[in-house]
Design a protein around this ligand. Structure first.
Ligand code: FES
Length: 138
């Protein structure tokens, strides 16, 4: 293979790699999973899968929603998919925010964008604690 053939082959490979990279991605967020709507679920905090919520600052992700504990009896719940490109956001109580480690977007605890590139808020859900049952609802 001469130099020219090598460069042509390299170019074709790069084009294929570029196509593969862009499949399923979107710079404008059009491929971001839709936030769950008509939500009404109850989590039993005695279940081991929900145990992170027994610690202030703890969080879980379930059914497309991230739920974080902010105090003795207070919680926040928002859609988990970053509105930029859909990466699951992290709950960071120390910074009073949700954080996307993909491109650095941050969201206030009510889901509003505090730093892009995300351009849309996360969907916020209501929470209500009754004993060990935490209800998350639209
Ligand atoms: S996916 Fe890009 S900032 Fe979240």
């Amino acid at each position: 293979m001469d130099r020219k053939e090598f460069l042509v082959t390299l170019g074709k490979g790069a084009a294929v790699a570029g196509l593969a990279y862009c499949v399923g991605c979107s710079a404008n967020g059009n491929d971001v999973p839709t936030a769950p709507n008509s939500v009404d679920m109850t989590l039993d905090l005695t279940q081991s899968s929900n145990s992170p919520l027994n610690i202030i600052g703890g969080s879980i992700v379930t059914n497309g929603i991230i739920i974080g504990r902010t105090g003795a009896s207070s919680f926040v719940a928002v859609s988990a998919a970053c509105t930029h490109q859909g990466t699951t956001v992290q709950f960071q109580l120390n910074n009073n925010r949700f954080y996307c480690n993909n491109h650095g977007s941050t969201f206030a605890l009510d889901g509003t964008v505090t730093m892009g590139p995300a351009g849309r808020a996360l969907t916020k859900y209501n929470t209500s604690l009754n004993g060990n049952n935490l209800r998350i609802f639209s």
